[in-house]
Design a protein around this ligand. Sequence first.
Ligand SMILES: NC(=O)c1ccc[n+]([C@@H]2O[C@H](COP(=O)([O-])OP(=O)(O)OC[C@H]3O[C@@H](n4cnc5c(N)ncnc54)[C@H](OP(=O)(O)O)[C@@H]3O)[C@@H](O)[C@H]2O)c1
Length: 302
Amino acid sequence: MFFRLRLGTRPSPPVGRRRFRPTGGYCLLFPGPGMAKRLVEKGAFMLPCFDLTGRTAVVTGAGKGLGRAFSKAIAASGASVLGLSRTREDLQILKEEIAAAGGKFDLFVADILDELAIQAAVAFCLDRFGPPDVLVNNAGLGRVNKPFEEITTAEWRRTVDNNITGTFICSKYFGLEMVRRKRGKIVNLASMSGLIANKGVHCGPYEASKLGIVALTRSLASEWCAHGVTVNALAPGYIATRRNGEFFASHPEFTRKAIEMIPVGRIPTPDEIAGVMVFLCSDASNYMNGAVLVLDGGYTIW
Ligand SMILES: NC(=O)c1ccc[n+]([C@@H]2O[C@H](COP(=O)([O-])OP(=O)(O)OC[C@H]3O[C@@H](n4cnc5c(N)ncnc54)[C@H](OP(=O)(O)O)[C@@H]3O)[C@@H](O)[C@H]2O)c1
């Protein structure tokens, strides 16, 4: 049973030839938490193990791209969401959109590399929504897109530091609250780029950082499971975020070849994959730990 709800601005369409749109052209979005709760009570909409009512979720990089879609979906599933990024305006718009749909969201402006700011974010979370049940380490920098021999050490460090060290810092401080309560879920954003070398684009530091996220996920999963905290990673393929949309539009030949490599034959929107994130944040994934869930339309199966 699906609902067509328009939340805020119309998202970008998927990119590709086979535009399989189960909702007939609209993006597949989610009911507000009130409606979801009523439907859960009726047993009509979803299994209770997918319900996030009463949970507190922290999403880093919530202001743009996947983080926006994840925040909306998690809030629509009943959780209170604390969104972090460095740009207040992005988070403020998201806050208004989620509030208009009946969800709970608040924002905290912070750089994930700033330990003091992240400790302040934890304190804000405890005060505003209570202890975090879920942390989605989504904030990350994309590819530098230069051949290896032209990448500067500063560019290498910026990507690797932002993606790996930022994930470590947020996991440490939000995770400590989970360890204390012996309960929590951390979901890290890896990428198919951590599992393969991307054909047709230069991605050295990005690929290294995302494989680092896979290793960090497994390492943390092995240590913190004893404390009731599970840690998993989501590894998406290309997704039609606004930033990627601009790249695809200016690189049509690359995009055509990339789509040819995806058995599903298209590139999805962020909203289309957000349900998988809800699954990873919910009790439905309680037996998963240290897993890397690949979500790439089959790009990496060749
Ligand atoms: N889009 C894809 O195709 C794709 C595929 C696989 C994996 N991923 C991964 O998914 C995640 C999200 O990607 P995206 O495409 O949605 O990226 P995006 O559109 O560039 O958004 C990234 C978000 O992270 C925030 N951010 C970046 N660095 C930060 C920092 N140091 N501190 C706080 N916030 C920070 C940005 O906001 P501010 O700059 O305002 O802080 C922004 O809100 C990334 O980890 C990416 O590697 C994306």
